[in-house]
Design a protein around this ligand. Structure first.
Ligand code: NAD
Length: 413
């Protein structure tokens, strides 16, 4: 009995020492950071934070995480995040709320099905969801207590969703956007993370990568990129979201996360690869083979990088070819997925993209269609259409009925 107590005492003392040493470490790091200036401070913060492992993380109060959106990718990311919040209850509140744009499925509401059968039968059928995932039909209630909001809806719905969220988001909450596409208004083309920041007054990063949702949902190994810039009003280590917190939230043995700062780079690559994928679909539908598909991807990658550096000069060229969100996402999206499917069926049937989206996707969206239009509108306004022949050829085929056979000529011009 005595020896058990003394072992216990020894182990308690040693645990306390580790805790105190971690606290002192965090305090010293914070003090050093405060003494530095601007960008140096942010870089240092990011370097220190990316070194911590989940077991070293000490937070003042566990972060509450909520997901806005429950489609194919929305539900998959909610599953990933739930596994991590459950595994790290000292860092995150285990229950994750997921806002569901509710619908009636054969007489039963989708939220009820998810909460009782733990399956999203419409958007992610056949995948067992964690029991700490709560499908919430109220967007306001989902957002209310969240410290971290993960946005995951088709981007055409973003303006309305953001309007609904105004006044219901906690001041100081942070966000990650998994959306693909751009915002386009009279001021020009904008990242969707910037749109969220501007309209909700919260800092927003992005997550993007070679991540076809059905494969991630089945826990097949893949990589992703999370981009987040530590904001000026960073509240301190353990009190606010940083790179370590984000890595702990998203990283799984089957979902490897790299955390960087280039929000613009990963967002531009994520949006534009869907336009290139439509082009790959045309080539596939026409049976032109692998060489032609590779040519579309080569030209596409060049136009993606050019677009990024031209309109978002803060993006880094290496992000486009070194990160999962860059060339790897382009390759996987062009190998399969919804946009290729739409392009392929257009080539085979002569039907329009929007007609096929309704016919084939069971309520899901092919984001490449809208992005093609947004990119065209923006390049036209800037007088830069000729500099992006592939993007423009895809636009002409999808929106103006140009024949797919003319694609090689359009790229030569
Ligand atoms: N599916 C993927 O493999 C994948 C991978 C990475 C990123 N993404 C991106 O994630 C984002 C979300 O895509 P997804 O695959 O989760 O969605 P989805 O296309 O599978 O599903 C459509 C979603 O939109 C919702 N919806 C329908 N009408 C609505 C309305 N009026 N208002 C709000 N919501 C409405 C539906 O309930 C459903 O949740 C997109 O930007 C997509 O490009 C998708």
């Amino acid at each position: 009995m005595f020896s058990t107590s003394s072992n216990y005492l020894r182990s308690s003392i040693s645990t306390s020492k580790v805790l105190i040493s971690n606290l002192v470490k965090s305090f010293t790091q914070e003090r050093n950071i405060v003494n530095m200036a601007g960008s140096e401070r942010l870089q240092q913060t990011s370097r220190i934070l990316s070194r911590s492992s989940p077991s070293e993380l000490i937070v003042e109060k566990p972060f509450k995480v909520s997901v806005i959106g429950s489609g194919n990718w929305g539900t998959t990311i909610a599953k990933v995040v739930c596994e991590n919040t459950k595994q790290n209850p000292s860092v995150f509140v285990p229950q994750v709320d997921m806002w569901v744009y509710d619908e009636n499925i054969n007489g039963e509401m989708l939220t009820k099905i998810i909460n009782t059968r733990h399956e999203n039968v419409k958007y992610l059928p056949g995948i067992k969801l964690p029991e700490n995932l709560f499908a919430n039909p109220s967007i306001e209630a989902t957002a209310k207590d969240a410290d971290i909001l993960i946005f995951n809806i088709p981007h055409q719905f973003l303006p309305r969703v953001v309007e609904q969220l105004k006044g219901h988001v906690r001041p100081g909450a942070r966000a990650i956007s998994c959306l693909k596409g751009f915002g386009l208004d009279k001021n020009g083309v904008a990242l969707l993370s910037t749109y969220i920041e501007d309209h909700l007054n919260i800092t927003c990063g992005a997550l993007s990568g070679a991540n076809l949702a059905p494969e991630v949902a089945k826990e097949n190994w893949s990589e992703t990129t999370v981009a987040y810039k530590i904001p000026r009003d960073f509240r301190g280590v353990g009190k606010d979201v940083d790179h370590s917190i984000l890595k702990t939230l998203f990283h799984r043995p089957y979902f490897h996360v790299s955390v960087i700062e280039d929000v613009a780079g990963i967002s531009v690559a994520g949006a534009l690869k869907n336009v290139v994928a439509l082009g790959c679909g045309f080539v596939e539908g026409k049976g032109w083979g692998n060489n032609a598909a590779a040519a579309i991807q080569r030209i596409g990658l060049g136009e993606i990088i050019k677009f990024g550096l031209m309109f978002f000069p803060e993006s880094k060229v290496e992000t486009y070819y070194q990160e999962s969100a860059g060339v790897a996402d382009l390759i996987t999206t062009c190998a399969g997925g919804r946009n290729v499917r739409i392009g392929r069926e257009m080539a085979k049937t002569g039907k329009s993209a929007t007609e096929l989206e309704k016919e084939l996707l069971n309520g899901q969206s092919a984001q490449g269609i809208l992005t093609t239009e947004e990119v065209h509108e923006w390049l036209k306004r800037c007088g830069k259409l000729e500099e992006f022949p592939l993007f423009e050829a895809v636009y002409k085929i999808v929106f103006c009925g140009a024949p797919i056979e003319k694609l090689p000529d359009m790229l030569e011009a």
